[in-house]
Ligand binder design. Sequence first.
Ligand code: SF4
Length: 59
Amino acid sequence: MAETAKLCKSCAFFEAKAQECHRYAPKPATIDDQKKMRWPTTPPIGWCGDFQAKAVPAS
Ligand code: SF4
């Protein structure tokens, strides 16, 4: 069986709707001159060394 690509879209920490990485808590960011809390955004084909595969649902 081929190894699943270790991309954000296959990672347990990826929030697909907003395309955010939830590996760590959100951090302060200044957006339109307002301080807000934000998770980093990442494309589905992004990747990093903290990848963790999503749990496979029991069948
Ligand atoms: S691969 Fe890395 S950047 Fe992408 S969702 Fe997972 S932890 Fe976040």
